[in-house]
Design a protein around this ligand. Structure first.
Ligand code: SAM
Length: 296
């Protein structure tokens, strides 16, 4: 495992919000004696949870060869060899000796589907899920929200934010996506509007390129459009990187816009353009325009 993936796994295993949500979801999904498939098993956190919730056997499939070798060693070190089988390969093509009762995965990208979770889980469920089986998470939704920063990030580029004018910077901003970790929660100027909604294990689409209307609900200065995800892990158990949600390790994607005063009733039309075969949202473009309240 190179040191970049090590740090990535460290951040994921330190994320208590994430682990608590999966623990609750697996308590709901796993029944005593179940066979579970952990897709993209990493260092086995979810597979181990499934065993704790009564699974008889876990197949832990990991695509990265070094991570898979470390996972096999961890299974061995914890005396799990008879109950947990680590398999190296792409979960879409790995052969299992049996169909499984539960599929669990954590492949959410910062805007939701860019790690291809909908496609991967649809393919895996088709091959390996027993009739009546369960998938964790159940659903993945991506939303866009119009936001105003609260004195950080692009919020600084307004008029006299630091006592002198910095607004020339806005002339140079482009509607390219940036990964952002908020220090202070931004003000949402619209409700979150879905641009993608996948029933995991069944539907394979990520985000739609159709234009969406973000209706402005309060007066303010439009600074950016934010893209974030919400995963429904089980009934009543959600995990989200929306900034008002208790802290987890994901950032959100934001598309900075030229600062624009808006009123309740204005409508921002926004459309995310995803180039074919481009996974990283840095290259996802946002097209948008504003209609003023009352304008036809
Ligand atoms: C976000 S990490 C989650 C690790 C672990 N499940 C956890 O929750 O801590 C995703 C893991 O899935 C693996 N992965 C991604 N796509 C995969 C695929 N198609 N087949 C098997 N493993 C995959 C990656 O190598 C990575 O280790």
């Amino acid at each position: 495992m190179d040191s970049r993936s090590l740090v990535m796994h460290q951040a994921m295993l330190a994320d208590r919000v994430r682990l608590r949500a999966y623990d609750r979801a697996l308590a709901h999904a796993v029944r005593p004696g179940d066979t579970v498939l952990d897709v993209g098993a990493g260092l086995l956190a979810l597979g181990m949870m499934a065993l704790r919730h009564g699974a008889a056997h876990v197949y832990a499939v990991e695509g990265d060869p070094v991570t898979a070798a470390v996972a096999a060693r961890i299974a061995d070190d914890n005396g799990l060899s008879g109950k947990l089988t680590v398999l190296h390969g792409d979960a879409r093509t790995v052969e299992l000796p049996t169909r499984v009762d539960v599929i669990v995965a954590e492949l959410m990208g910062n805007i939701g589907p860019e790690e291809e979770m909908p496609e991967i889980l649809a393919a895996v469920a088709r091959r390996s899920l027993a009739p009546g089986g369960r998938v964790v998470p159940q659903r993945l939704t991506t939303t866009l929200t119009a936001i105003e920063f609260d004195g950080e990030g692009w919020g600084l580029w307004s008029g006299d934010a630091l006592g002198y004018r910095l607004d020339a910077v806005q002339e140079y901003s482009e509607p390219a996506a940036h990964l952002h970790f908020f220090q202070r929660e931004p003000r949402a100027l619209s409700a979150p509007v879905p641009i993608g909604d996948s029933n995991l294990g069944a539907s394979a689409h990520g985000v739609t390129a159709a234009a969406r209307k973000l209706r402005i609900t309060r007066p303010g200065t439009l600074h950016a459009v934010m893209g974030s995800f919400t995963a429904t892990l089980a009934p009543g158990v959600t995990l989200s990187n929306f900034p008002s949600y208790p802290g987890c390790n994901w950032g959100v994607w934001i598309w900075p816009l030229r600062h624009t005063a808006v009123e309740a009733g204005d409508v921002l039309r926004a459309r995310v353009l995803v180039p074919e075969n481009v996974r990283v949202a840095t290259d996802w473009r946002l097209e948008c325009g504003i209609s003023r309240r009352g304008a036809s």
